[in-house]
Design a binder for this molecule. Structure first.
Ligand code: ZN
Length: 309
């Protein structure tokens, strides 16, 4: 979408944006997040002191979100904007510039994450839709969930210092529940330590590291280059390399062509799993960050045991 033409196409939007930002929402801090899981974590830490909305809907790929006209207004009236960072939301930069909200506080939650897949040397478009500053898909490592929650608490306390103790108490409660859940997840995944799987996109590396799984290289991912549909030659290569590397599970995300992942799984006679990294609220079992992780870990364990999708 061409952001520059938006306000010309939608005159009402131009009028709304010309008005001063209305940050308060019934006395609550108005927070906008880029993704569903950031919105959910913000709700968990912000409790009843915040009014939270998010941009890229659950079920969509935040790598490739196309902003909508109403997103400009959402940014215009927010007090705090929470992003992943690391170029995941390159699509948000023009929106923020066009939203006429000079007082907007921006927070990127990747600070403090031990980044994976940081490219060595310079990258250009020939690499595909690569993550040029390191892999931004760290949300499935529960310890990174902890880092994100702490960063969100810091941002909320900065934007709304009067309630900083409330945010700190909610963070402490979240961390207690996360620690207990992590023990359960580690136990569930323990039988599969070292097991190999192949994801479609480079978005499971942190998850694999957290649960001591392996993503063998090659094939690494079904995609040859991020953002490009793999060729039939590539698919055959992934199947052959996967057999040699002892891969035990094929995983894809619902917003890519699921039939490709299924063809690879069939070619290797392996279980197959469809996992969305953005699924809070769509799956009735995934209502917040911890239940999302709970559902994904459980489904991985079931798929490794032969019960895939
Ligand atoms: Zn990506």
């Amino acid at each position: 979408m061409n952001i520059k033409n938006l306000t010309r196409t939608f005159p009402l939007l131009a009028a709304l944006l010309a008005a001063g930002p209305a940050a308060a929402a019934g006395g609550k801090l108005r927070v906008l997040a880029t993704t569903d899981y950031l919105g959910s974590l913000t709700q968990t830490i912000g409790g009843d002191k915040v009014k939270v909305d998010y941009l890229s809907p659950a079920g969509f790929d935040a790598d490739n979100y196309s902003p909508r006209p109403q997103d400009l207004f959402k940014i215009h009236r927010a007090k705090l904007f929470i992003m992943v960072g690391l170029s995941l939301e390159d699509w948000a930069r023009d929106l923020v510039n066009a939203a006429n909200n000079p007082g907007l506080i921006k927070a990127e939650v990747y600070h403090g994450i031990k980044l994976l897949d940081v490219p060595k040397g310079s990258v250009d478009f020939s690499f595909g839709d690569i993550h040029p500053h390191g892999n931004p898909h760290f949300q499935l490592d529960p310890e990174d969930g902890r880092v994100m929650a702490r960063n969100i608490k810091t941002a909320l306390a900065y934007a709304d210092p009067a309630n900083k103790d409330y945010y700190a108490a909610n963070l402490a409660d979240f961390e207690r529940r996360l620690t207990a859940a992590e023990a359960r997840w580690k136990e569930l995944m323990a039988p599969y330590k070292g097991w190999a799987f192949t994801p479609y996109h480079e978005d499971m590396d942190y998850f694999a590291q957290a649960f001591q799984l392996s993503i063998p290289k090659p094939p690494n991912t079904i995609e040859e280059k991020p953002g490009f549909v793999p060729s039939p030659r590539r698919i055959e290569e992934v199947i052959n390399q996967g057999k040699t590397a002892g891969v035990k599970l094929i995983v894809t995300e619902p917003y890519y062509d699921v039939s490709i992942g299924r063809a690879v799984a069939n070619g290797e006679k392996l279980p197959f799993l469809v996992v969305s990294l953005y699924d809070i609220g769509l799956d009735p079992k995934q209502t917040d960050y911890i239940s999302m992780e709970d559902s994904i870990v459980t489904r991985f364990a079931q798929a490794f045991a032969g019960h895939g999708d």
